[in-house]
Design a protein around this ligand. Structure first.
Ligand SMILES: [Ca+2]
Length: 189
């Protein structure tokens, strides 16, 4: 925070608050109290573990709730080819999923949307492909490249579950990448 701010009475000024998380902080949610002039607020800061390693989704077994046509199969979203894409029928609840080679502690999913993106979606994970947990919820999807953070243990399957389309078309993804938590940096204790 700045040491000093001056403003005329009756006007407003925005004062930035800088928050940093130590490299060895435990992953989780931190409630940070901020008070000024008798007013108090709590800022929630979610700290996620670092990720590392190769894209675990690449070439793994992909499936979907449905493909728009056979030219846009689920496998096109994790084939490593930036020119191919998966496309769903025009349904808000459409999903794409991939079965990883082995269970991992999933830390990050990177999506590259085509013009037909999701305004709202969830990243769900499962150990067995039957029971699903929501690892991350995105309520303000903007398309393009979106990196979604999480800390989801025992992830064998991951699903991009659509909730609301941003266009009248379905969902379309050029690629989905998955990265595991960097366990090598875990602090002692
Ligand atoms: Ca592709």
């Amino acid at each position: 925070m700045p040491e000093r701010t001056t403003l005329p009475r009756g006007t407003e000024v925005e004062v930035p608050v800088e928050i940093s998380v130590a490299a060895d902080a435990r992953a989780g949610t931190y409630e940070i109290p901020v008070s000024f002039g008798g007013e108090s607020r709590t800022v929630s800061v979610r700290a996620f573990p670092r990720t590392a390693g190769p894209d675990l989704a690449r070439g793994a077994k992909a499936s979907s709730s449905g493909d728009e046509t056979k030219d846009f199969p689920a496998s096109a979203a994790n084939d490593g080819d930036p020119a191919t894409r998966w496309s769903s029928p025009a349904e808000d609840g459409a999903w794409w999923q991939v079965e990883l080679a082995e269970p991992v502690r999933l830390g990050q999913v990177v999506l590259r949307w085509q013009d037909a993106y999701a305004a709202r979606y969830r990243v769900q994970t499962s150990a067995d492909g039957r029971t699903w947990r929501t690892a991350a919820t995105v309520r303000d999807g903007r398309g393009g490249r979106e990196a979604v953070r999480m800390d989801a243990r025992d992830t064998r399957y991951l699903r991009v579950q659509g909730d609301e389309r941003a266009t009248r078309f379905g969902y379309s993804l050029w690629s989905v990448e998955a990265y595991a938590v960097d366990e090598g940096r875990r602090p002692r204790g």
